[in-house]
Design a protein around this ligand. Structure first.
Ligand code: PGA
Length: 227
């Protein structure tokens, strides 16, 4: 089981230090924290496993606002999220660029959580399977350090969660196409974590809002550890 905290654009170094000083993950569950770029160095110093939220596909160059695998590795960062739906929705990320980011990060020795998932309109139009297949195929072959996060866009930050059966179905499809662990993301909270995580094809969770407080994030990690 892997539980990842996606802090998005929350927590500067001060709040990062305070959170991580008070956070003790339970035994038996892998935990990674994904703070914003400016808090990575502080987070790494805490000794917890730290991922970035994005990473570029070139080692260096004229790419304003981006960060390279080289820089992340120098900071002691262990991996990165790529292809998050907020990158796709607001910053022009495509299947192709998400795939390039994932492959380069894996080649450079970083672990990768690659995000995918359908929008509400796509689900209503019966396109979930096609979307998932397309997004997945852009990520290339399986890799020992690659994890997928299935995050239906309609469930992110909305308080709407996929039902355990919907998650199980989508994860089953992903696993039949690519043999890697699959996390569920989208409004995971302490009160729904155990039910989602107990589905056979759910290998962990990518948690946004509920990862911002030590108490709620710890409760989700404990739910995972007790399974
Ligand atoms: P949420 O975010 O838990 O706040 O829905 C999940 C994510 O975007 O990774």
């Amino acid at each position: 089981m892997l539980i990842a905290a996606n802090w998005k654009m929350y927590k500067g170094p001060g709040e990062t230090r305070a959170f991580l000083a008070g956070f003790e993950p339970p035994e038996g569950v892998g935990v990674v924290i994904c703070p914003p770029f400016g808090s990575l160095e502080t987070a790494v110093a805490s000794g917890h496993a730290i991922y970035a939220q994005n990473v570029h596909w070139e080692d260096e160059g004229a790419f304003t606002g981006e960060v390279s695998t080289k820089i992340l590795l120098e900071l002691g960062v262990q991996g990165s999220i790529v292809g998050h739906s907020e990158r796709r929705q607001y910053f022009g990320e495509t299947d192709e660029t998400a795939g390039k980011r994932a492959r380069h990060a894996l080649e450079a020795g970083l672990e990768v959580i690659a995000c995918l998932g359908e929008t509400e309109a796509e689900r209503e139009a019966g396109e979930t399977e096609d979307v998932v297949r397309r997004q997945l195929s852009a990520l290339g072959p399986p890799h020992a350090n690659l994890v997928i996060a299935y995050e239906p866009v309609w469930a992110i930050g909305t308080g709407k969660t996929a039902t355990p059966a919907q998650a199980q179905e989508a994860h089953g499809l992903i696993k039949s196409l690519l043999d890697v662990p699959v996390l569920y993301g989208g409004s995971v909270k302490p009160d729904n974590a155990a039910e989602l995580l107990s589905q056979g094809h759910v290998d962990g969770a990518l948690v946004g809002g509920a990862s911002l407080e030590v108490e709620s994030f710890t409760a989700i990690c404990q739910a995972a550890a007790s399974l």
